[in-house]
Design a protein. Structure first.
Length: 416
């Protein structure tokens, strides 16, 4: 006992000793960096080169001189009864100036008006089906391609302008009313932009949206461009280009993937010819593969179900993997409900995705009424959507309860 007390006392005295009590000196503080930002201040984001790039194809004086001296001749050329070399040169120069004006920095805050002037005069003065209109529109497309390497905003506006070119105007007095016919030669420009990975994704999104607009044209679907009158050939080439982009450009935003899928959804051909000429349901197969790809965002898969629902499948579904699509749809609805429950997705976002699925499966059910797997998927998704709608009507965030999630899981497991 005494020995223990002596040990404790010795230990206490040791700690009190100046040698033991000495604290190692702190290392000197680093010298302040004179170039550092103050605490809490983050450096500004560096804009893309395309946002600050200026590549003006003409200058302001070029436009002013043309407007003063030659714009009247341009309007006369658009109305000319005979299109000779002189008229063609005038139309080409007019396209160069009109499109070039879109690239001017001084035009940046008035792009909508300037964009409309490019096609407005052509639509007004060049008669539909006339040689004038054809030459003028082709000249605009040629000049527009030169502007797709310039400023980011200019690229977007040029693509929009191309999508607004009309082969023929709308005819609201016809029964049924006819929409304007898009100028089909713009499609190849949009597809080139989509395939060009050096283009910013935002520009490729715009190109995909514009391609969809041309492909959705019902008149072009039936008749094709007046120059070739072969819509099947052109749509086959467009399908191949879009399918390649969808398969290759997977590491992209959901918005871009959905834009590409929407565009390919307007190919509207039950089958397309492969390199050897054999007809295959390549678009339907691609859409089914996307739906079954769990690595893609839920919004992309849900949107693809909606697109597949409106796509012409051909006789008996043209070999569509309805079982795989049905199982994937039920699993997707379960995944969305689980993410909502885990607070990884808001209920409203999940609701719109499930709604897309419901619309697509409803269309598929009507197209393939005898397919039991599609019917089961439709029922499961419909029953999951109902309580979400009720929640929205009560101003509550939509969700799926445990019973709904369990039913979806069981329905997927029971499909064979």
């Amino acid at each position: 006992m005494a020995l223990a007390l002596l040990t404790i006392a010795w230990f206490a005295l040791s700690l009190a000793s100046p040698v033991w009590a000495q604290v190692p000196p702190k290392p000197p503080a680093p010298a302040p960096n004179p170039n550092a930002l103050p605490p809490g201040i983050q450096p500004g984001r560096v804009p893309l080169d395309e946002m600050t790039k200026e590549d003006e194809l003409i200058n302001d004086d070029d436009y002013k001189n043309w407007k003063r001296d030659k714009s009247a001749k341009y309007l006369e050329a658009l109305k000319a009864k005979t299109v000779d070399v002189n008229v063609t040169n005038i139309l080409n120069e007019g396209a160069k100036i009109r499109v070039g004006r879109m690239t001017l920095k001084s035009s940046r805050n008035n792009m909508k008006k300037i964009r409309s002037e490019v096609y407005g005069e052509i639509h007004t003065f060049a008669a539909p089906g006339s040689k004038n209109r054809d030459v003028a529109l082709k000249a605009v497309v040629k000049e527009a391609k030169k502007a797709l390497d310039g400023n980011f905003q200019v690229r977007l506006q040029v693509l929009l302008m191309l999508s607004e070119l009309e082969l023929a105007p709308a005819n609201p007095n016809k029964k049924p009313p006819l929409d304007a016919t898009a100028f089909p030669e713009t499609l190849s420009v949009f597809l080139e932009v989509i395939a060009n990975l050096n283009q910013p994704e935002g520009v490729r999104v715009m190109a995909a949206n514009c391609a969809e607009k041309v492909l959705a044209d019902k008149i072009l679907l039936k008749e094709g461009p007046l120059s070739t009158n072969n819509p099947a050939k052109e749509r086959t080439e467009a399908a191949r280009s879009l399918i390649t982009a969808i398969k290759a450009q997977t590491a992209t935003s959901a918005s871009y993937q959905k834009a590409l899928i929407s565009a390919v959804g307007h190919i509207s051909m039950p089958s397309i010819a492969d390199a050897g000429g054999t007809q295959k349901p390549e678009v339907q197969t691609l859409l089914a593969d996307i739906i079954k790809d769990s690595k893609r965002p839920t919004s992309v898969r849900a949107w693809t179900i909606k697109v597949l629902g409106t796509y012409p499948l051909g006789s008996g579904g043209s070999g569509l993997d309805t079982l795989g699509v049905s199982k994937a749809s039920l699993k997707l609805a379960h995944e969305i409900g689980t993410e909502i429950s885990a607070k990884k997705m808001t209920g409203s976002v999940g609701y719109f995705q499930v709604q897309d699925m419901f619309l697509g499966l409803n269309s598929l059910k009507n197209t393939l009424p005898a397919d039991k797997s599609i019917g089961a998927a439709y029922t499961g998704v419909r029953d999951a959507l109902k309580p979400m709608i009720v929640s929205l009507q009560g101003n509550l965030q939509p969700s799926m309860d445990a019973t709904t999630l369990n039913n979806l899981q069981n329905a997927a497991n029971n499909l064979k």
